[in-house]
Design a protein around this ligand. Structure first.
Ligand code: FCB
Length: 495
């Protein structure tokens, strides 16, 4: 039956006048959001949430000394964004909760905050937006990680970090079990270790601290696995009546990895190594149960810290894989990290490091829609359903983004027609928000936000919002839309 349906989709996609892509009826067209980025660090009563990120902000570490007090006003005004999402035809919405708001001291929970999260989820359901909850997204209470006090459970060699997180799971999941079926344990292990311990951009701001990065990766595997098991124990209520009470995944930063110089065998090798590091090392831990700390593809080195090995507790702790796909990564065998074990090469994520004439976003991230298909094919080897849990472009003038969205959606549709099990596409994000250490500069929202006004008014983007809306409402990419939006080439050069 499934293959028959896929065949029809493929036929529709091939016809010269028909739609260029057709999505299954159950396909999720959603938006992804994160509490900290859209709610900031202040509570309703004006007091400050004690988190690693509010301290980072106080320490002046955000670009230009910016402060994230209110995000984009979602804390008070979440119904605005939910209304906007529904108005664009979305049928799903993902929201990452804020550990620091919920558990200000170990074992002390803020009931009002949990009540607010329940209200947000109810508001999603009232608008027929399928709720997706992300349990951990980088923000911790200061008793877990404090750049000011030098506390950091994440980089410890014991399991303190995962153990600290489990009570939060046990507290939050029962309150949402009757409303939510789709869960993500956490997101982007390599963004965490890369920005926190290697590049020094996120708290605790360590630079090339390989030992802490290795410990953190393993701690995140345990955070993931324990959260996975606890969600399954606690959520036995099927909220949407499809027979599945809890569907639990995690989000990986999926990067297309290509050699900087395709004719150089060393760069080709380096690109393969980085592909393994970024896309598969963590998966090996939580899917096979094999902990590879020295990044050589095996789990047999007892001298690493923590030691490598196999752990059944980690194995098969995924019901689906979330792909956060934004860009292509170019890898060279040389460069500044080439002498740093276990990297032995250097990844580049900014076209200014190699070629600014290539299509890129306002953040200089190289655009590559074929890379989405590449990562889908790669991740399909795990045999799990996939969901494109984040995809988007920072594009203030909204000139490239309409095609960025359309072309990535087309690639998703073509992959579905070819038989890949892709359940949804979540655009990052509904309204501009606070992009971590880059502050409000990168503008991803399909609604532009005026951050100078206290109520953060939204304005619809001139073109990109139309594209999302037209595809989501039709469940297809019509040829006329494609012909109207497709670019012969992206504008390049400075944004
Ligand atoms: C992703 C992050 C998300 C947002 C987008 C642009 O890697 O998960 O919070 O910053 O990048």
């Amino acid at each position: 039956m499934r293959f028959f349906a896929l065949g029809l989709l493929a036929m529709a996609a091939c016809s010269p006048t028909g739609p260029v892509a057709v999505f299954p009826k159950s396909f999720q067209f959603g938006f992804a959001t994160i509490a900290y980025q859209s709610e900031g660090s202040l509570r309703g009563d004006g007091t400050r949430v004690a988190s690693n990120w509010s301290e980072w902000d106080e320490l002046g570490k955000i670009k230009g000394g910016q402060h994230n007090d209110h995000g984009n006003g979602f804390f008070e005004g979440y119904t605005t964004d939910l209304d906007l999402a529904a108005s664009l035809g979305a049928n799903a919405f993902s929201y990452a909760i804020d550990w620091a708001r919920l558990e200000p001291a170990p074992g002390v929970f803020d009931d009002a905050e949990l009540g607010r999260i329940v209200a947000i989820v109810q508001a999603m359901r009232a608008r027929k937006l399928r709720p997706v909850i992300v349990m951990f997204h980088w923000v911790t209470p200061t008793w877990v990680q404090s750049p000011k006090q030098g506390i950091d459970l994440l980089s410890r060699s014991d399991r303190a970090f995962a153990e600290a997180f489990v009570p939060l799971v046990d507290h939050v999941v029962p309150a949402l079990a009757g409303l939510v079926d789709d869960w993500l344990t956490f997101e982007e292990p390599y963004s965490i270790v890369g920005a926190e311990y290697l590049a020094g951009l996120h708290p605790p701001g360590k630079f090339l601290d390989i030992k802490s990065s290795q410990r953190a990766l393993v701690n995140l595997m345990y955070l993931h696995a324990r959260t996975y098991h606890h969600i399954h124990q606690l959520d036995t209520q099927d909220a949407d009546g499809d027979g599945v009470a809890a569907f639990v995944g995690f989000e990986n930063l999926a990067l297309e990895s290509v050699p900087l110089d395709a004719t150089s065998p060393d760069d080709v090798q380096a690109a393969k190594h980085f592909d393994y590091i970024v896309n598969h090392q963590f998966m090996k831990g939580i899917w096979e149960g094999d902990i590879d700390v020295d990044l050589d593809g095996r789990a047999d080195n007892l001298k690493t810290d923590p030691p490598e090995g196999h752990d059944e507790e980690l194995r098969h702790t995924l019901d689906f894989i979330g792909l956060n796909y934004y860009q292509r990564m170019r890898v060279e065998a040389g460069g500044i990290l080439s002498k740093v074990a276990p990297f032995f090469g250097t990844p580049h994520l900014d076209v200014r490091e190699y070629d600014t004439t290539l299509p890129h976003s306002d953040r200089y991230w190289e655009i590559s829609s074929p890379g989405l298909r590449t990562v889908i094919e790669e991740y399909s080897k795990y045999g799990l359903p996939m969901n494109i849990t984040e995809n988007g472009e920072a594009d203030l003038d909204d000139d490239e983004r309409p095609f960025y969205i359309l072309d990535h959606l087309r690639k998703a549709g073509e992959a579905i027609a070819a038989g890949y099990d892709i359940r949804g596409y979540y655009y990052w994000t509904i309204s501009d928000n606070f992009e971590w250490n880059d502050g409000i500069e990168p503008r991803y929202g399909l609604f532009q936000v005026d951050f100078t006004k206290p109520n953060f008014p939204r304005t619809r983007t001139p073109r990109a919002a139309d594209v999302f809306e037209e595809v989501a409402k039709r469940g297809a990419i019509d040829r006329a839309l494609w012909d109207r939006i497709a670019l012969p080439s992206y504008p390049v050069g400075p944004p």
